[in-house]
Ligand binder design. Structure first.
Ligand code: NAD
Length: 477
């Protein structure tokens, strides 16, 4: 297990002299003391990324060679998948089967962007002057990537892979709760043949390490995933050096069940939509909107399914609900459960539990009778709490769905195809799932409307966030 900073393809201790403690949330035991980067360490990482960017070592390579390195990294990750999945579960508390899915998607993301490296092209434009005018896509330079703790490795790859494919160099700051798989990614990229400085990892907290990266004048772009409140701060701090910024922020996504839906599938989708990843998923379907005509039946089925989602040891095969990532987040989730008990009707869960006498576990919790204006409906909880609201018709469903400052994702369950298209069009969200939920693919762009941020991870669109357009005019005399 790597615990140092990774700068210029070397492992080093932090000049700051500080470390951070990584805790296994399922056992409350210390997993590792990891070197924590201060301002000087961040400056060193940025300098190494800048030197690499200015040299021919990375973006001077042929695009195909860059692509080959990324593809090889994807293959190496497949070889190391079991160890890295275990590490993810140890630090995050998610069930091992989920970590395996995360690792598989990370490998796919590395390979997908490996495939894009030699396919970034511009246009030849029909200028009225008769000159030759063409555009190229140029890498932005040094990218600071800042990621949260819920999908530590996977979300890092959503930024690192397209940035490297475009020819940028990267300094990654993982969340302080979960730096271990980011460090494993560094080892992997080095083994795949990435040159010194192209990828650096500085673990540390937000106010020190993250802020230093955002404010550093030699960083050209910040690719951020995290909460809306910190996203706003990042945007403000990046303004003084006119950095490019993309923000993937919070959500309070509506999952809508119409009366004509396949109810068994819809209830499974609702459960998966909120309890997969312990609800610590930015796109979690945390507001379940149920048509009045099927409300009682749906709530009954939800309550019985939620009761079967018993929190357990994340390493056991049968476990479907792991530990909340940290004591802080555990307490936050419980404070929302307490608020929900006062505001709405508890129909499942509602308690903290210990597994083998330890850990930050919270039961799968469902509140019925929820309404806008309640804390559990308006605020992102990021935990195992589902709020059920009811509606009468399509217009009311759409109005409720859009009654949020967020716009990350939404789900629609219906057997009426016209209704599916109409409602999908009316919802203000970056992703809409119809008769499914929580699906992701490296080819499918992901990101927010409204306070859920701007810019897109994944797909071809992500590459636009790591390149600038250069227009070249050639006078033909
Ligand atoms: P957070 O905003 O507290 O932290 C995210 C990252 O930012 C961490 O690495 C943190 O150390 C860093 N950070 C904190 N303060 C900083 C500062 N002043 N300057 C620079 N960096 C700073 O979020 P979190 O609690 O780690 O994660 C949960 C949040 O992330 C939720 O709101 C969730 O919705 C969001 N999220 C969004 C997506 C998405 O794709 N839209 C995906 C996952 C998580």
């Amino acid at each position: 297990m790597k615990t140092q900073l990774f700068i210029n393809n070397e492992w080093c201790d932090a000049a700051s002299g500080t470390t951070l403690e990584v805790v296994n949330p399922a056992t409350e035991e210390t997993l590792a003391e990891v070197q924590s980067a201060g301002e000087v360490d961040v400056a060193q990482a940025v300098a190494s990324a800048r030197t690499c960017f200015e040299s021919d070592e990375w973006h001077g390579l042929t695009p195909r060679k860059r692509g080959e390195v990324l593809y090889r990294a994807g293959q190496l990750l497949v070889e190391r998948r079991n160890d890295i999945a275990k590490l993810e579960t140890l630090q995050n508390g998610k069930p091992l089967f989920e970590s395996k899915i995360d690792v598989a998607m990370t490998a796919e993301t590395l390979k997908y962007y490996g495939g894009w490296a030699d396919k970034l092209s511009g246009d030849v434009l029909p200028a009225s002057t008769g000159d030759l005018v063409y555009t190229t896509r140029e890498p932005l330079g040094v990218v600071g990537a800042i990621v949260p703790w819920n999908f530590p490795l996977n979300l890092a790859s959503w930024k690192v892979a397209p940035a490297l494919a475009a020819g940028c160099t990267v300094v990654l700051k993982p969340a302080p709760e979960t730096p271990l798989t980011a460090l494993a990614l560094a080892e992997l990229l080095q083994d795949a043949g990435l040159p010194p400085g192209a990828f650096n990892v500085v673990a540390g907290d937000g106010p020190t390490t993250g802020a230093a990266l955002v404010q550093h004048p030699d960083v050209d772009k910040i690719a951020f995933t995290g909460s809306t409140e910190v996203g706003k701060q990042v945007m403000r701090n990046a303004a003084s050096t006119v950095k490019r910024v993309t923000l993937e922020l919070g959500g309070k996504s509506p999952n809508i069940i119409f009366g004509d839906a396949d109810l068994a599938a819809a209830v499974r989708g609702a459960i998966n939509g909120i309890f997969y990843g312990k609800g610590e998923v930015c796109a979690a379907g945390s507001r379940l909107l149920v048509q009045q005509s099927v409300h009682d039946e749906v709530v009954e089925q939800l309550a019985s399914r939620a009761a079967k989602m018993v929190p357990g040891d994340p390493f056991l095969k049968a476990t479907r609900l792991g530990a909340i990532v940290s004591k802080r987040q555990h307490d936050k989730v419980l404070s929302y459960v307490a608020a929900g008990k006062k505001e709405a009707e508890l129909v499942a869960g509602g308690n903290a539990v210990l597994v083998d006498g330890k850990g930050y576990f919270v039961e799968a919790t469902v509140f019925d009778g929820a309404k806008p204006g309640m804390k559990i409906v308006d605020e992102e909880i990021f935990g195992t709490v589902l709020s059920v609201l009811s509606f009468d018709d399509d217009d009311e469903a759409v109005a409720l769905a859009n009654e949020t400052r967020y716009g990350l994702a939404a789900g629609i369950w219906t057997s009426n195809i016209g209704r599916a298209f109409r409602v999908a069009r009316a919802i203000r969200a970056g992703t809409v799932w119809v008769n499914t939920y929580n699906l992701y693919d490296p080819a499918a762009p992901f990101g927010g409307f409204k306070a859920s941020g701007f810019g897109r991870d994944l797909g071809r669109e992500a590459l636009d966030g790591y390149t600038d357009t250069k227009t070249v005019w050639v006078g033909l005399g």
